[in-house]
Design a protein around this ligand. Structure first.
Ligand code: ZN
Ligand code: ZN
Length: 260
């Protein structure tokens, strides 16, 4: 295991434990499913996805950034800028790319078939943040590698971005309560749990809103922002939106609960 993998794994575990404690101390919504089975499914997927990346991806975003740096590839190598500025711009652009990628996974019928695994969780908590179809994980990695090489993102910026994205995904999927005033202030900049919960509603209009994973600005700028669920946070039903046909719902059950 490389050093950067160890750093990433440590951040993942610390964020998981802290968010789980926060959920336990200040739960936001009553969960409806068996928690043990859900955690087994969702965390099992984390293991499966890491294995798939190891087997099917010859290089990852970090190695691609090292390659771009050694060969002076990408736009950032044409402009002289301090490394802190490079990191800031890289994180902003990669986060915007993740936003557009998420919109695309909702708009395309084929990509939605993969992404709906994320939405098939009928409760939402910290582990939902890691629940993605292995093929979505691999496609996302290819998109990230392409961007890293085109832009010339530095290796350190890649690691920082991946940690930010991972930690913020766990934070904003947490079934935990933030004081309303803190949420109101925080969601001006980043995606809060109350903001992302709207995205997991079974109401179609709400599913197709709040696509951001880290910064909330993209949803505001591109008019996909929905402040609160229509039914309120206690009433909002979590899961696959209602536009799914019965046959597809059955396939979903097969595809999205691999460990049951
Ligand atoms: Zn989504
Ligand atoms: Zn989500």
């Amino acid at each position: 295991m490389e050093n950067t993998d160890l750093i990433r794994l440590s951040f993942f575990l610390i964020a998981l434990i802290l968010c789980a404690i926060w959920e336990w101390l200040a739960p936001r919504k009553k969960l409806t499913q068996n928690k043990f089975n859900r955690w087994l499914n969702n965390l099992g997927l984390v293991g499966l996805n890491s294995l798939c990346l190891m087997i099917f991806m010859p290089v990852l975003a970090f190695e691609s950034a090292q390659f771009a740096a050694q060969n002076q590839l990408g736009l950032f190598h044409l402009i002289a800028m301090p490394s802190s500025f490079n990191i800031l711009v890289s994180v902003l652009l990669l986060d915007a790319a993740i936003y557009f990628q998420h919109v695309l996974f909702h708009r395309s019928r084929w990509l939605w078939r993969l992404h709906r695994m994320h939405h098939a969780d009928q409760d939402i908590d910290v582990t939902t943040g890691s629940r993605f179809h292995p093929i979505e994980i691999i496609l996302s990695m290819w998109i990230k590698i392409a961007l890293v090489i085109i832009l010339g993102v530095s290796p350190i910026a890649v690691v920082i971005f991946e940690i930010i994205l991972n930690v913020s995904a766990m934070f904003n999927h947490s079934n935990a309560r933030l004081p309303i005033s803190v949420d109101k202030w925080l969601r001006k900049i980043i995606v809060t749990p109350d903001m992302h919960r709207v995205h997991h509603s079974i109401i179609v209009k709400e599913t197709h809103s709040n696509f951001g994973f880290f910064l909330s600005i993209w949803d505001r700028w591109f008019r996909t922002y929905q402040a609160q669920p229509k039914e309120g946070h206690d009433g909002v039903k979590i899961g696959i939106p209602l536009f799914q046909k019965p046959r597809e719902q059955w396939i979903d059950k097969m595809l999205t609960q691999p460990f049951r």
